[in-house]
Design a protein around this ligand. Structure first.
Ligand SMILES: [Fe+2]
Ligand SMILES: [Fe+2]
Length: 194
């Protein structure tokens, strides 16, 4: 069940980034923190390129197996499938709000609101996965399923590790994001730079 462990770890990383953005927005609103546009852009990029484009497809591999083993969880799976498929629209709304804010700093509130909608959606999405679907996978998938799925996850993580320059190195990016995010969420504030 290495695959489930990977999904759990990715949820923790994604929750940390969502929490960091929410915290920064609150601190900026209160006048206690200066906005770091490049850090926001890098975090939103992480959400798009990792959360939406690398994390969900791995989950789809797992979720597809469930109906072959049980009829349970069908409603949750249908909902999650639709939510995964709607990633482009979701990201377009968030990226559009960020771009408007970058062009006009007076539009901070709109970006903060767009981010709140995104974060709330993502929190509920992860809860549905963790509370309903992951336990069903644990119960109903067979040992052979796990051998196959763990191998598929391992291959995905290895071929796209970013260590050989063939893909973006998201673990390095995550570390930089945490380094630059303000304490106590991260180790900064430190300018993200380029
Ligand atoms: Fe998901
Ligand atoms: Fe997920």
């Amino acid at each position: 069940m290495e695959a489930l462990h990977i999904i759990g770890e990715e949820h923790q990383s994604l929750a940390a980034i969502l929490h960091a953005i929410r915290f920064m927005l609150k601190e900026i609103s209160a006048g206690r923190l200066e906005a770091d546009i490049k850090l926001f852009q890098a975090m939103v990029h992480y959400l798009d390129a990792y959360a939406e484009k690398r994390h969900h497809p791995k989950e789809d591999l797992l979720f597809r197996r469930l109906p072959e083993r049980t009829g349970e969880g069908a409603e949750a799976l249908a909902k999650l499938g639709q939510q995964h498929a709607a990633a482009p629209q979701r990201m377009a709304a968030l990226e559009g709000a960020l771009a408007s804010y970058v062009a006009d700093h007076g539009r901070f509130k709109e970006f903060a609101q767009a981010f709140d909608i995104y974060a709330e959606f993502y929190r509920e999405h992860m809860m549905l996965e963790e509370d309903e679907v992951l336990p069903l996978l644990r119960t109903h998938l067979t040992a052979d399923d796990w051998v196959e799925l763990d191998a598929a996850f391992r291959a995905e993580m290895q071929t796209k590790s970013g260590k050989d320059g063939a893909a973006e190195d998201f673990s390095a990016l995550f570390s930089r994001l945490v380094e630059c995010a303000p304490a106590p969420i991260g180790f900064g504030p430190r300018p993200f730079g380029n």
